[in-house]
Design a protein around this ligand. Structure first.
Ligand SMILES: Cc1ncc(COP(=O)(O)O)c(C=O)c1O
Length: 361
């Protein structure tokens, strides 16, 4: 007997699942190739892998049988030191994803509006809907910037939360300071997602002073190569932090995640080197990709490059995948003519360019 449909909430019945990325081992199996043949450039992960010292620290860690500290005392201290804020301004979660959800839960009543600028990170709309908010997406300009004059013309009555992302995923550009300042001056919460800030070496943490309505979200998934560990954090004023502490699940950051991130924060030079290498690949990608007929790469401040594809972008993604190279394709009206390529190790990027030669020459 099937479950009566009225046991599901109306919202959950109409929701499409978040479009997942297929794990590389499954793709390798499907393609009949070995996993080490896969070049994974589809999720903006760090292609150099987890820091060996972090893995060793996790292997040696005690306290796996004991719950993590729900007050996150040591975790907050370690992150605060890295981010240059006070521990009381930090909340950690199971990835920035969890914090996006918690911020929505903290501020939204059913029907409240959330303003975003598309294209941006697709998960925002999903989480806003889950929290029974109404996502209003304002289109970006042709170069993916946000026009201040147009932003000021948006009716903010009913808008409780504004979502900004800098550098923006998937377009790679920074948010304009004047746009951020404008929304911060309004009677609403601004969530600024800086998941990729290590690659732009630019951030707005200084705006926390004097702006109690700002939440900055970050992650250890990208630069710090801990995507599988699931840990991210928010930086904010103490009132918002206290609000999030009231509603957060007690134990969502695991003991191994905390051990791993502390080991990473102890090796800043290691990650600075990797960021430098990825920035070199980014500069090379802009040059190399522009040489292919029909491909237009966009400048990026992040570890990925968005590429406009004059040919069929979905087919190009599929053709690359058939040869073991995974890039991101978004099946949305705004982005279905683009692919997003995460920066890999030099030899991985060489394979991408060689394969594009075969496919597009
Ligand atoms: C802009 C942006 N924010 C947040 C996240 C989520 O990061 P996490 O792995 O910490 O949940 C991502 C992941 O791709 C992202 O691109």
């Amino acid at each position: 007997m099937s479950l009566p449909q009225n046991l599901f909430s109306a919202m959950s019945k109409t929701m499409a699942p978040y479009s997942p990325i297929e794990p590389p081992d499954q793709i390798a199996k499907r393609l009949g190739i070995s996993e080490d043949q896969i070049v994974k450039l589809d999720a903006n992960e760090n292609p150099y892998g987890t820091l060996p010292e972090a893995q060793a620290a996790v292997a040696k860690a005690q306290y796996g049988h004991i719950y993590p500290d729900p007050a996150q005392a040591q975790l907050k201290e370690a992150i605060a030191r890295y981010a240059g804020v006070e521990p009381a301004q930090v909340i950690a979660g199971a990835g920035a994803d969890e914090l996006i959800d918690l911020v929505c839960r903290l501020v939204l009543e059913p029907g409240d509006q959330v303003l975003g600028f598309s294209p941006s990170f697709g998960y925002y709309g999903h989480v806003v809907a889950l929290n029974r908010g109404v996502m209003i997406n304002q289109a970006r300009e042709l170069d993916f910037s946000i026009d201040l004059k147009k932003a000021k013309a948006i009716d903010l009555k009913g808008v409780k939360l504004v979502l900004l992302c800098s550098p923006n995923n998937p377009t790679g550009n920074l948010v304009e300071e004047a746009v951020l300042d404008y929304f911060l001056s309004q009677d609403l919460i601004v969530m600024l997602d800086e998941a990729y800030q290590e690659f732009s070496q630019h951030n707005f943490v200084h705006k926390l002073a004097g702006h109690k309505n700002l939440v900055i979200l970050r992650t250890f998934s990208k630069c710090f190569a801990l995507a599988g560990y699931r840990v991210g954090y928010g930086l904010m004023g103490e009132e918002l932090a206290q609000g999030l502490m009231r509603i957060k699940p007690p134990y969502s950051v695991s003991v191994p995640a905390e051990v791993a991130l502390k080991a990473c924060l102890a090796e800043p030079e290691h990650f600075k080197n990797q960021v430098a290498k990825l920035k070199t690949e980014r500069a090379r990608a802009l040059q190399e990709l522009a040489k292919f007929p029909g491909l237009t790469p966009y400048p990026s401040q992040s570890n990925f490059v968005l590429v406009k594809v004059a040919q069929n972008a979905a087919k190009l993604k599929a053709d690359l995948e058939a040869r073991g190279i995974l890039v991101r394709y978004f099946n949305t009206p705004e982005l279905n003519g683009y692919i997003r390529i995460s920066m890999g190790r030099p030899e991985q990027m060489d394979r991408l360019y060689q394969t594009l030669h075969l496919l597009l020459a």
